[in-house]
Structure formats: C-alpha cells, structure tokens
Design a protein around this ligand. Structure first.
Ligand SMILES: O=C(O)CCC(=O)N[C@@H](CCC(=O)O)C(=O)O
Ligand SMILES: [Zn+2]
Length: 361
C-alpha cells in the first residue's frame, strides 16, 4: 500500500476530523470523550486529547488476546512517528482495511508538538512509573499528561480481562546515529526479551538493540513493569519538524504496523536482517554544577570509546571506560541535575547474556 501523508479531514464524531489536527488544535484544552462505530463494525473511541482507541468488531479467539499500544509524540519535536501513526489512523477510519487488534494510539505531548519542542516544562519520558505523582511534577504540563496517559493505558489494558500487551513507543533522536534505527528494551528484573519481538523490529529495519540493565521511568518501562507488556522505545531516525520527514525512511515500520493492526505478522523484507546488540553498562547522570561530560556535542550515537577514555567527571567522581570498548548513546550535557545525560553501552554476543538470541530468518 502506498503511504499518503493524510491529514485530510473526514466526517467523524459529527464533525470534520483528523486526529493529528485535532490534537494540535486542542492542545491546551480538555475535551469530552466520544465514540462512533465504523462501517466494518469496529468502534473508535476518543478518550481524551491524543488518546484514541480502536475496538475491533470481533474479538480475537484467544485465551489471552493481544492488544497494541502505539505511542508517538512523547517528545513533541519527534514528528515522523506522529505523522505515520496519523496515516495509519486515517486508513482505518477510511475503511481501507478492518482493524483486528484492540489498539490504543497515543500522541503524548500535544502542547510540546505545537511548540515544536522536546517538552514544555519537564521531560515527559522521565515521569512514568508513577513519578508524576511527586509534588515536583504533578502540576506541570508533563506531570498532568503522564497521569492522564497512565490512566487511559490502565483502562485499555484492563478492559475485557487478561491480555498480552505489545507497546511500541516511537521516537526520533536528537543526533545522527551509526545505527539509524534502534530499539531499547527496558529492564525488568528476571525477565528476558521475547525473540519474536526482536524479529518484528528487525523486519521493520531496526538495526540495533539496547538491553537496559537497570530499571527506568520511561513510558516503555512503565507498561513493561506494570502490565508485563512486551514494550520497546523505538528510535527511528532524526528529529525533524512536521512536513520535513523523509517518508521512505519509515516505510518498513509503517507497513509492518499496518499488518499488525490487521492481526498479521510481517515476513522478512530481505534475505538477511542483521542486528547488533548492546547492553547498557553505565547510565551517566548529571551530578550538578561541577558535572562535565567529555563528549563533544556533535558526536553520533554509538560512537566507540576505547579503554581509558574519560567520559564524565565532577569534583569527586569520574567515569573512565574500563576493560573493553564502550559506546555512547543520547549524550546530552544540557539535562537538569539528576537527569540522565547519556548511556554507555557494551557490545554483546547474544550467548553472553540472559537475553535469548534473536531468531531471525
Ligand atoms: O536523541 C536523544 O538524545 C534522545 C532521544 C529520546 O528521546 N530517547 C528516549 C529513550 C528512552 C529510553 O531510554 O527508553 C528518551 O531519552 O526518553
Ligand atoms: Zn524521544
């Protein structure tokens, strides 16, 4: 199917409607929930600003049916996944194919999307797992948004009994990357990553995986922890403004999500899908005013740092690469004190870790 960037309005909820336009136009408002039946018998429910659920006409005949959560715009300036999710939503609304899997689409931070910024007051992707409840966050734009998103995710997952949840939290990165597309598997004690998920992501052009080794408070950590979901943060290229994304770069993931919405599993797109796996070896935290990150601003994600490289220091501590090469992702010295300023990684041969080897065609 060809991807047309569709922001065409269609008549829905008794008005002229497009989910992305609606999310941007109402970014500072609270809206009334509404729902409507589509011609194929499925139902679409607008729960809240940026939270749209599809309920298929027929339930999957399984003891534990699968549900999908597709989130984008958790960071407002990461527009490519917002655009292709909107395209998928419009295809379903237009009846191009029947939706077979209960799906919750989330546009995370409409106010930041309007501003074209990563966030307005606080980084939304550090406020999940209940962190938004702390008084330091609960009144901020993002604190309220994290609370709202957690609430609708909770009702979506719990509706209709036991289910398996697959969550793809779709992002783009600030800087260039040696692996342009990569996924992060949150750390949950005692749990390993389902190889089928690695296969799905590899078939979607993901070139590298990062297995976290410490708990986080990102959106994917939240769904993985609270609902035992198979959850990933998926990085799909570089941040660009609305209208400036190169659609061909998102073709594989868009097409494969389109299949998943129809209850189908994608097949390989080429004879071999190569992936590189990393584990996180050290989370760099901005320790405060004396913190110095010895990583140039323009470095690419996955840049290699050999043994002995000084990565960061303050007056009391420092971090050197120890006995084997390490690689940096998401270096950012501009984050607030206490926030993550980067992650150091080590290459893994899959046999070395408790994460099972991906089984790829
Ligand atoms: O490019 C960057 O520096 C940040 C891109 C981004 O938003 N990444 C996510 C990763 C979330 C995770 O660790 O699972 C983030 O920092 O929130
Ligand atoms: Zn992001």
């Amino acid at each position: 199917m060809t991807e047309e960037k569709s922001t065409t309005r269609r008549t829905l909820f008794g008005t002229s409607y497009d989910f992305l336009s609606h999310s941007l136009e109402n970014a500072t408002k609270s809206i009334d929930p509404c729902s409507v039946n589509l011609v194929d018998g499925s139902t679409v429910i607008l729960h809240a600003l940026g939270c749209l659920e599809f309920v298929p006409a027929h339930n999957e005949n399984a003891i534990k049916p699968t549900k999908l959560i597709l989130s984008a715009g958790i960071h407002g300036n990461e527009t490519a996944p917002i655009e292709f999710c909107n395209t998928l939503i419009n295809e379903i609304l237009d009846g191009l194919y029947p939706i077979k899997v209960p799906t919750l689409f989330i546009f995370g931070n409409p106010q930041a999307m309007v501003a074209g910024e990563r966030f307005v007051e606080q980084n939304l992707n550090r406020l999940f797992c209940g962190l938004h409840e702390s008084t330091a966050y609960s009144y901020s734009v993002e604190g309220k948004r994290a609370a709202l998103i957690e609430r609708y995710v909770d009702s979506f997952v719990k509706e209709g009994g036991e289910c398996l949840v697959n969550h793809y939290d779709l992002h783009t990165a600030i800087r260039n990357s040696e692996f342009e597309k990569f996924a992060i598997s949150p750390y949950i004690a005692g749990r390993s990553t389902n190889p089928s998920q690695l296969q799905f992501l590899a078939f979607s052009d993901i070139e590298a995986f990062i297995f976290q080794t410490t708990p986080g408070n990102t959106f994917s950590s939240h769904t993985a922890e609270k609902y035992n979901a198979e959850s990933f943060t998926v990085e799909l290229g570089k941040v660009r403004a609305f209208g400036n994304n190169l659609d061909f770069k998102y073709h594989a993931i868009t097409e494969n999500l389109r299949l998943r919405l129809q209850g189908r599993w994608p097949t390989p797109r080429k004879s071999e899908h190569r992936i590189q796996c990393f584990i996180s070896s050290h989370e760099i935290i901005n320790t405060g005013k004396d913190f110095v990150l010895h990583i140039p601003e323009d470095v690419s994600n996955f840049k290699k740092y050999p043994k002995g490289s000084l990565i960061w220091e303050d007056k009391e501590q420092h971090y050197y690469v120890k006995d084997q090469d390490e690689y940096i992702v998401f270096p950012n010295s501009q984050v607030e004190a206490g926030q993550r300023a980067g992650i150091m990684l080590r290459l893994v041969n899959m046999g070395d870790t408790k994460h099972p080897p991906p089984s790829l065609h």
